[in-house]
Design a protein around this ligand. Sequence first.
Ligand code: MSP
Length: 529
Amino acid sequence: MSRKAPAYVTTPIYYVNDRPHIGHAYTTTLCDVWARAMRLDGRDVFFLTGTDEHGVKVEKSAQERGITPQALADENSAEFRKVMTTFGLTNDDFIRTTEPRHESQVKLFVKRLLASGDIYLGEFEGWYDEGQEEYVTDTRAKDLEFKSPISGRPLVRAKEHNYYFRLSAYQARLEAFFAANPGFVRPAGRFNEVLGRMREGLQDVPVTRTNFTWGIGMPGAPEHVIYVWIDALFNYATALGLGEPDGALAKERAKYWPPEYHVIGKEILWFHAVIWPALLMALDLPTPRCIYAHSFWISNGQKMSKSLGNFVDLPTIESYIAKYGLDAWRWYMTTQGPLGATDADFSPRHFHEIYTANLVNTFANCASRTSAMIEKYFGGVMPTGETASMPISAVEGAPTWSAFTSDAATKVIGHYADFELAEAADAALAVVRAVDAIINETQPFKLAKDPTRMDEVARILSACAEGVRVAAVLLTPIMPTKCSEVLAAYGSMVATDGDMIEAARWGGLKAGGRIAKCAPFMRVDAPVA
Ligand code: MSP
């Protein structure tokens, strides 16, 4: 049984008019690392991803291919789902917006909003970004010189008879909510960005369209189709059954609400940070704790785009996995990605350098050196040696191994929980670095030449082995396969859910246990061409 509060983490649901690429793989991998870490830390996690299947873009792409929108959605959604399996992602559900369970609940939500007066029928004229399927305010349109900030294409003047959501009525509540929750949007720079735009004044937003048919019909007025963004945002709630609070699904899953993290890319922040909480306020549902909007992967300094054809697509990702392994890919995503406010450049050379420096020369080298010396001097058997009270170095005031690793474990878990994933990785790797440092400082391979010093060698190497084990436990959420390989070679149990702190406690390896030689990452000659 879980000791701590249930946790809910989500990715955006991905458009089916596109094929999976690094952007989708990135967000989903981050959520997977978080979900695995929180499960290991004893939380009952629900991790959701899925596909966004309605809207004009899907309708158009399907038309171009001469197939029905549903056929296109089925095909590409399956592709996304396959990616989850290829990447070993641990999502608990995969929601599709064309599923009856989603459609029926969206209608129920919309009916409630009609009844409360939060949705009304009205007329609207304004500047429209066709690529984004989004209206922009007059002020913003002027600032943007009447061009889409995403596609660069001109904004068009559009007029519609539509249903609207009374977003303007939530201005004061949203501002108060932002003031009370400075961590609601992360990273911090994005929080200020949204707040600034919000202070320009909120306009009501259309929630239906009449210019296409591929979507969920408006209850009572089927000629109006629910706008794809409203339809899509609700996925986070329909997956837990919240549209039917007395239904079987809600009974099982409502406990996960509200989400701890909605992880998204920066381009869809407005919908998540402003429209979504307002919709939830209107429905009297608790708001998410944090919208984490990461920046973008770019390619050799340039934005990835279909027209430039420089997307790191699925076959490219697969070539990295074939060469370096899935865990190396996860390591690179987690530690080098654009989780902060700036974009990150994806380059084959940088990937190669990080792989070699962190995984081959640090993690694998340490695991393999330690196991090789134990093999050589102790026949592959964990030597006897009291290590808990041993300092990690001869430097004055150095902490003991048990204090150092317990502090590292607390830090690592704290970073995971706070979605500081690169920091979590670094704090875990610090344990490996400490093991490396003690090997370099004490040079057990030299001491071992003197038979009278074998007790010392035994003590050093058992500390090293235990250090490698602790690091492997802490790195498990990022590199599950390689870490279990190392743990198995070291004769240690893999960390199980709810067990991270316990598993990371100093002293897990017992004298007399078998330590097999292992080298979790092998040198790779040259970057992916
Ligand atoms: N369907 C909407 C989301 C609805 S959520 C209620 C959508 N889909 S999308 O297929 O375009 O996916 C967008 C998401 O993909 C981004 O928010 C981000 O998570 C990811 N990425 C797409 N390109 C990216 C990069 N170049 N870099 C990093 N991630 C980016 O928008």
